[in-house]
Design a protein around this ligand. Structure first.
Ligand SMILES: [Zn+2]
Ligand SMILES: [Zn+2]
Length: 294
């Protein structure tokens, strides 16, 4: 099975689990199970986005999307985060309400459905395990799915305890626990999205170090207006002004080759735009650019 087939299978199982958990939560009057269904829904959405990105990445750039569709991933993750955050607010309000006016959930049904959810977690983890080394998206999805198993496990134990003791308060308490897991997941995703939308320097890179490496290349006097940003997962871009000592154009080509080789091989930056200068540009020419403090 290739990565895309595995993702598609994982998406199918996860979506099915979300539907069954939602049905079970409604039938068993269990808010905890409904919360877990919302959580599994989030995972299905994330897997759908990962699949979309895998398809989009193959399409490459078009006449209108000159950077390709790498940012679809960010758009999808952002939508997922906002939708799930509203679901979490609903869960918390309903949980508080149920502490005051307890609803007796059906423990056995709760535990059975959550056990089904847990087995889907394990199945999806196995499906994605072999791919995670090659693909960051899949690795993130897998990491998430393993964290989810904790939520499902808590609902199973809760269902069994409710079946034996009849303590209704366990259900809203568990739903708050599941809401906590969802919020942790969303926070991580939204932080990564903000990082990319703010055009931040990729976390694995240090712009001062890149500047030093570029300036160390023979013929380069200095580098300014240096920008490094992320387009999509593992797709980075760099733009810079490079001051050279006066030389022939053919010599400048060798320098540009050396710079591109350095940036591609050492930092994995595939999209490099360099502007060669033989005099530093005037400050008023770079009003909107920020020069790196040295
Ligand atoms: Zn999850
Ligand atoms: Zn310049």
């Amino acid at each position: 099975m290739n990565a895309r087939t595995r993702l598609l299978a994982a998406l199918g199982f996860t979506a099915l689990a979300a539907i069954i958990e939602a049905w079970g939560g409604w039938r068993a009057h269990s808010l905890a199970l409904l919360s877990d269904a919302a959580h599994v829904c989030m995972d299905a959405f994330a897997l759908a986005v990962a699949l979309l990105v895998a398809v989009g990445a193959q399409r490459g750039a078009t006449a209108r999307q000159t950077f390709g569709y790498g940012r679809l991933e960010i758009l999808g993750a952002l939508a997922n985060g906002v939708i799930l955050l509203s679901a979490t607010v609903f869960i918390i309000i309903e949980a508080v309400h149920r502490f005051g006016a307890p609803v007796q959930p059906g423990g056995p049904l709760m535990a059975t459905i959550a056990a089904m959810g847990l087995s889907v977690n394990v199945l999806v983890a196995v499906l994605l395990r072999t791919e995670q080394k090659h693909n960051l998206n899949v690795a993130a999805a897998l990491y998430h799915v393993m964290g989810d198993a904790l939520g499902a496990l808590a609902v199973i134990v809760g269902g069994v305890v409710i079946a034996y003791t009849g303590s209704a308060w366990i259900d809203p308490a568990l739903s708050l626990f599941v809401a906590g897991i969802i919020i942790l997941g969303i926070t991580r995703v939204l932080r990564d999205c903000a990082h990319i939308l703010l055009e931040s320097v990729p976390q694995s890179m240090n712009v001062a170090e890149i500047d030093a490496q570029m300036s160390a290349i023979d013929g380069v006097v200095e580098v300014h207006d240096l920008h490094v940003w992320t387009i999509g997962t593992r797709s980075y871009a760099l733009a810079a002004h490079v001051l050279l000592n006066d030389r022939r154009l053919s010599e400048a080509t060798a320098i540009s080759d050396a710079l591109e080789k350095l940036l591609r091989e050492r930092y994995g930056i595939g999209h490099v735009t360099l502007q060669f200068e033989c005099e530093t540009c005037e400050p008023d020419q770079r009003i909107i650019c920020t020069q790196l403090a040295r």
